[in-house]
Design a protein around this ligand. Structure first.
Ligand code: UDP
Length: 570
């Protein structure tokens, strides 16, 4: 079967995914999907599947991917059926308050980066700067200094020739070094391999609402060091995020309230892009359904979506089994809880096909309806798998039996990933984000940039007779079609872009997806360059009120090198 790949998709595949001998590409995209399908289908034999079943599943997985209805996270595409065989994108490692633990984790992170995964850490357990070091009588250098060591280690480990390691650092808001952490990325040259997020607690948010103080606590002895104004710290986070998008925020208590396996510990960190909260030593395999492909004749084909959810969950459960893990401890944790994260991409494209503007109430209802459906069917299918394969090992101690659920194959089934690379392969809008621009240049893979006209826009412009090269050029300059007299008004509304959408609307969409997602939702609220600190503060508070698990903001032009650009400024 011919795969409908865009030129951009082929560029990305050749550069990073297809097998090479030296610098020569020795695999076609078909070969790649066949390699992955075969590898993931082999797991069927662990559960009594004979050769025939394996072949049937291989063909179904192959069709699933080559139709671009679903793609697994990049490490699965890159590594399945190859020597590395490391298939997960997301890991969290512990950082305890000792040299042994810190450097052990740096080593383990290096092994994970080499295998194509991203790592998240909480630095909240480290004693603060200038605290005592008992063994030497010296002075502690604090979490931020150690983050710099992690950063340097990441810099020197290129990910097995695939991609450079990505890290997340989280510091709890009551850590004495929190102010230094908040501003630690204000210089764009610092901590370049990290995203940072402040871990907010309910206690802190209450204090912000009440205009009260809250305690900073030394994690070494749990003693209160001082009390500070919650609003002052909140405003610092806002100011810093306004400057260059860092830090983001995560609501840790909320994440733990929904931790399905609390007996295995507290969740203190997420993966690098924030969508996957994990326990220390857990990893997670992600995969995303292309919603654009679920629309037929102007309607969502729910029967097709259901079938796609089922086969995707089976695929992801198989990947847990098929994967090699960089550490035995990680393997044990993964096979105990068997977390998978099925999500979506192409949501904005799906809305366009349904003729629903992203910034409308109908879009929120659609988000909710789709994700509720995916969540429901992913759970039912995970139960079906459990009947055949058994529940995840930690099931008895999980929250499920208390909810009257008797079987479940996976502790979590849903996560909404950014789909930064796989959405390019699928030629879909990324994750649940709105269109960034109708025509734009995309900086991918270090210094290369690709020019793109949105395929649905091109199609509509041609069929309605307003397509011209000059118009596309003009749109590429300004990104948006708003106010262009050449573009009919209904099309201007339908092709609304990120910067034209009220920040509140971004959060409402995120929240609609979050309501039906086990893990978290990757979402960046994109602001225009002229957005104020008050705008940022409002979005943070709104994300709290609407029960998101965290949020990232970005103000246009506030970092030198950004992934998406409009005009000639790259
Ligand atoms: N990730 C990474 N390095 C990267 C991009 C992503 O380690 O350069 C990891 C990270 O954990 C992130 C996850 O992959 O949160 C999912 O990102 P995305 O959906 O963009 O990945 P894709 O599968 O599209 O490559």
């Amino acid at each position: 079967m011919k795969i409908n790949l865009s030129a951009n998709a082929i560029t990305v595949l050749e550069k990073r995914y297809l097998s090479k001998k030296g610098t020569k590409v020795v695999e076609t995209p078909q070969d790649m999907f066949r390699r992955v399908a075969k590898n993931i289908a082999q797991v069927e034999k662990d559960f009594g599947g004979d050769k025939k079943t394996q072949k049937i599943m291989e063909d179904r997985f192959y069709d699933l991917m080559t139709s671009l209805d679903f793609l697994p996270n990049s490490p699965t595409l890159m590594n399945a059926g190859k020597e590395l065989q490391q298939l997960a994108a997301c890991f969290v490692l512990p950082v305890e308050d000792s040299m042994d633990s810190i450097f052990e984790t740096i080593k383990n992170a290096a092994l994970i980066h080499k295998s194509g995964g991203g790592t998240g850490f909480s630095f909240s357990r480290l004693r603060p700067t200038n605290d005592r070091v008992l063994s030497t009588g010296g002075i502690a250098s604090g979490p931020i200094s150690f983050m710099k060591v992690f950063n340097s280690a990441t810099e020197v480990v290129k990910q097995g020739g695939t991609r450079r390691g990505a890290n997340m650092a989280i510091l709890k808001v009551d850590h004495p070094d929190i102010l230094e952490f908040i501003t630690s990325k204000q210089n764009n040259e610092e901590l370049t391999n990290f995203n940072i997020s402040v871990g907010l607690t309910e206690e802190f948010m209450d204090a912000v609402m009440d205009g009260a103080e809250y305690p900073l606590v030394n994690p070494r002895d749990n003693k209160v060091v001082e009390k500070v104004s919650a609003r002052k710290v909140f405003n610092m986070i806002v100011e810093s995020a306004h400057k260059n998008g860092e830090p983001g925020i995560v609501f840790l208590d909320r994440i733990n309230d929904e931790n399905p396996t609390p007996n295995y510990g507290e969740i203190e960190s997420t993966n690098p892009c924030g969508e996957q909260p994990l326990l220390p030593y857990e990893a997670c395999n992600l995969g995303s359904i292309n919603l654009s492909n679920m629309v037929e004749n102007g309607q969502i084909n729910f029967e097709k979506l259901k079938k796609t959810v089922e086969i995707s969950i089976r695929f992801l459960d198989n990947t847990l089994q098929a994967s090699n893990y960089p550490l035995k401890k990680i393997q044990d944790m993964v096979l105990t809880n068997r977390k998978v994260g099925l999500g979506v991409m192409g949501f904005a494209d799906c809305l366009i096909k349904l003729e629903i503007p992203y910034n409308s109430d109908k879009a929120i209802n659609t988000a909710e309806k789709i994700m509720e459906f995916i969540q429901h069917h992913s759970k039912i299918y995970s139960q079906e798998l459990a009947e055949q394969r058994g529940s995840f090992a930690g099931f008895d101690e999980s929250v499920y039996p208390q909810k009257g659920i008797y079987m479940m194959r996976n502790a979590t089934t849903t996560t909404i990933a950014p789909t930064g690379s796989i959405s390019i392969i699928a030629n879909a809008s990324s994750g649940v984000e709105p269109l960034f621009a109708v025509c734009y240049k995309r900086n991918v893979l270090d210094n290369e940039s690709l020019v793109e006209v949105h395929p649905l826009f091109e199609q509509i412009a041609k069929s309605r007779g307003f397509y011209s090269e000059e118009l596309m050029e003009k749109i590429a300059q300004q990104g948006s079609v708003k106010g262009l007299k050449e573009v009919p008004e209904d099309i201007q509304k339908l092709f609304v872009t990120a910067h034209e959408i009220e920040p509140r609307r971004h959060i409402e969409i995120q929240s609609a997806f979050q309501r039906h997602t086990d893990n978290a939702v990757s979402k960046t609220v994109n602001f225009k360059a002229e957005a104020t600190k008050e705008d940022i503060a409002e979005v943070f508070l709104e994300s709290y009120k609407l029960k998101c698990k965290g949020v990232t903001v970005y103000r246009d032009g506030s970092r030198d090198a950004q992934v998406l650009t409009v005009g000639d400024n790259d």
